[in-house]
Write a protein that binds this ligand. Sequence first.
Ligand SMILES: Nc1ncnc2c1ncn2[C@@H]1O[C@H](COP(=O)(O)OP(=O)(O)OP(=O)(O)O)[C@@H](O)[C@H]1O
Length: 933
Amino acid sequence: MSIESDLLDKHQASMGPPASSAEHRPAGVIKGATLNDFLKFALLGLGSGGAYALLASGAVVIYRGSGVVNFAQGSFALVGAYTYYELHGRTATWVAVAAAVVLAAVFGLATQELIMWRMRASSPLARIVATLAIVVVISQIAVLRFGDTLRFVDGFLPNGSVQVNSAVIIPAGGLWLFGIAAVLTVGLWAFYRYSKFGLATSAVAENQEALACLGRSPRSVARINWTIGAGLAGLAGVLLVPITGLDQAVVALVIIPALSAALVGGFVSFPLTLLGAAVIGILESETTHWITSPPGLNVAVPFAVILFILLVRGKALPLRSFRADRLPSVGSGRISPTWVMVGLVVTVGSLYLFDNTWSQAVTASATAALIGLSLVVVTGYAGQISLAQYAFAGIGGFIASRLTAAAGVPFPWSIVLGVLATVPVGMIFALPAVRARGVNLAVATLGGAVVIESVVLSNTDWTGGVQGTQLPSRVLFGLDVDYIDDPPRYAALCAVVVCLAALVVANVRRGQSGRRLLAVRDNERAAASLGISVVGAKTYAFGIGAGLAALGGGLAAFQFSSVDFTTYAPLTDVNFLMYAVIGGLAYNLGGITAGFLVLGGLVQVIIGYFVDITHTWDLILGILLLIQLTFTPDGIVRHQIDVITKVRRFLPRRRRTGLAPPLATIPSYRTKPKMLELRDVTVRYGGTTALDSVSLTVRPGEVVGLIGPNGAGKTTLIDAATGFVRPAGGRILFDGKPVDGLSVQQRAKLGLIRSWQSLELFEDMNVEENLLTASESRSMSVYLSDLVRPRRRAHTKAGLAAIAQFSLDDSLTRQPTDLPYAVRRLVGIARSVAMAPSVLLLDEPAAGLDDKSTGELVTLIRQLAADWGMGILLVEHDVSMVMRACDTVVAIDFGRHIVTGPPEDVRSDPRVIEAYLGGHDLVEDVGTVRAER
Ligand SMILES: Nc1ncnc2c1ncn2[C@@H]1O[C@H](COP(=O)(O)OP(=O)(O)OP(=O)(O)O)[C@@H](O)[C@H]1O
């Protein structure tokens, strides 16, 4: 069923018939369209636009006050709508409306106090999942209390119609709704701009200490904003359901257009949010009327808006200020073949011991486990929040079953083809991921899932009519594996497929591809600076994820002789993320556990032998998830691993060592000699000129220091040289050739590598994996070969030399977070050195180091230049270090070049002294000169 088309159909039904009925026009053709028709449907769309605006403004309020993107706004609207529905007619209308708003607001307040406040240190992913769990909980309570049927609700806005011109008359209700939204938007805008509380809300995002000066705590600010935001959602629910009818699935999913509108306003601006909501409402209305084939295409409107916004506003790489989310901890991908065999034998054996209910549970769990594993790859390993995996399963099942039913392709080849055809669909979903991350991506993928489910899977013209797609008997290599004939046999087949898929996922994790995915998940900028294609890694993850989900969908479809794809309801995507998070999102076993947890899966069936909780299953899981998120956000598998690790401490163990052999002497390594030249490079950020026509040369074997006070433009120069910012003018030559047009990755592959002021280590990998990630080849073929057999990990010659040079042998198997700060700094530089750069740009490598460590670093830098032949650009505030380490020093200030010369000359140059200390003698301050300007 198409949620939004359903919404608009009812909207239009309640507001009078359209001038020319869509049914009488040939499919997909605009005929006899007049300007008046366009005007009429635009005005009709304003009604739903108004409701979206109210919901979206509530979401903006909550985001501004607490930084949480609330997917449960639609559910709060549901609370308001049901309250109004219960009270309307029994009490005065205004009391019903007020009660609806207040109850929704109470839900918002409770969400903040009981859940979000406890999760304030959790990752945005965990917080998104919490709001999704609230969606599940509220929807399930609504189903238990009110059932699943559509209810009609009387409105209270004035009836009647408005004559727009001589040809256009429209019902007044929608215009009233939009008017209310517009007035509230102005009110919200003024309140948050001019009131003390509005100021405090803005301060929460900027600076929590400043907030204390305003006499407010972040908690009280968040509390009030959650209350206001949820109250607005409650009001939206009350105003919306007289138009749409009251159906929990429809109302909960209004969140997609609402969040799309909030995205238009950047989750900050109320007027832009209103504008976005109006545009979405209008476009939906026009699409519903003018484009009739395929039906339900109006749901694509919010998705198109999201894509457009992400395309225009998104960034291929995050900005310098972007802090990557801390995502759930990751499994090692190690698998014990013995345990896999034992698990498989026990599962298959059990199929022949118990009745068919058990076989059905194993089949349901196995097919769902494949979707769980797909989430492990996409969200667990690659860090891309996807709410479309269940939709991919639907597409896989759809293609496979249609190939069999319509083209006679036999089982299992139809499933194989279904998987292969879904992989590119998944890769297309990586497009928003290329320019969006975190919560924006979650909104985009859920929007995409709704489009797949509404436009393709609910289209009976394509899915075999109301009967669904009829499938012949299943035979595999001459063996009857038809579920109807022999349920245990089909279940056993599914279990074997899950084991194979789990091996593939484990291979990915242990292989080069897994390290690339984790690098991208941990830090896109650092990954790109090492030459890893961020786009390639994301596309790969979405492709593999879609393939795994399609495999699950295909096997689920072929379980029965008739397939109905309307079961692929968008909210089930949310349930799947919930199961996977409970299991452990980045653990192979977590993905499989997700399969056990589905409704009709093993866990529910086992419990069902004792007590029937079928109807409350998802509600119970939703509540359990909320509890889990506030205590163990990494899932139950992580919890079990922790317990096993504790037990193992008491058992004798082999000490794990790194791959690098102990090296008595440092192996010599010479990098390819290349020269970096910046000629008159200018960089502007809007109105700020960060670099103004600066020139500089770094020759092979030379250490060039770049000094300047805070904000002088030093990091910007490194960003420009390595491709993180595009200069407004000038040239950048590497090895005599211009590299201005090359991407970060391309420059890195040529040997132009940087290190980071803030380290940017891949915290989910140990030191050895950090170094391997840097030095491994960038070949694309490993993406395929790793699926079958991950390549043996081996350090390159440069990698081994870097380990020895930085004395990291003993730290290889340790996590970066376990290391002392000075060693972490060395790992950051060694990682860049392992790539054997011709020119290395070091951004404040001595920041935070004591004198002794700084001295050692100077020696290392000199050795890299002398022994490795590297050209080095050293950006550093510690002037004494620069003087000791560099052959040449370049000083800049306010983005402008001051002087270039030998260290002693630059140190005593009056212009440099003036820039640093306003005339104070720099020579006297040879210690750490940290100029504060
Ligand atoms: N993304 C950005 N948008 C707007 N302005 C920016 C951005 N990045 C840097 N700037 C501005 O550009 C100027 C140069 O900044 P940059 O960080 O390159 O200086 P720096 O010399 O590295 O400073 P520091 O020593 O403090 O790291 C500063 O005025 C800074 O505020």
